[in-house]
Design a binder for this molecule. Structure first.
Ligand SMILES: [Zn+2]
Ligand SMILES: [Zn+2]
Length: 105
């Protein structure tokens, strides 16, 4: 992977507006950049991007691949729970807290 340069104070999406100090994007513009990246390379669709990378039905399971690579951590609280998140992230902790588990306390 290409090394990412330090934030410059300008939004990396190319809109020309300022980003907060230490941020690469103006709020929400990371999503805009993602969409703009999908447009020329993957027919403007996430599903195309996924299939282009060999994921989806008949290919690799993206969810499982992300977990296997260690970039995502499965919920693991409830057997078969499809949730996952960044390892140690607040989202994942919040999700796990939604499983009121009577057997573990
Ligand atoms: Zn922008
Ligand atoms: Zn869960």
């Amino acid at each position: 992977m290409t090394e990412i340069p330090a934030p410059t104070g300008e939004c990396f999406c190319g809109c020309g507006s300022a980003a907060r100090p230490g941020n690469y994007f103006r709020q929400g513009h990371d999503k805009k950049a993602e969409g703009d990246l999908n447009a020329p390379f993957h027919g403007d669709r996430v599903v195309q991007r996924l299939v282009d990378r060999g994921y989806g039905p008949g290919g690799q399971n993206l969810h499982q691949a992300a977990i296997n690579s260690g970039l995502r951590e499965a919920c693991g609280v409830v057997e078969g729970c499809p949730a996952s998140g960044r390892p140690g992230s607040a989202e994942l902790r919040r999700h796990r807290a939604t499983h009121a588990c009577p057997t573990s306390s």
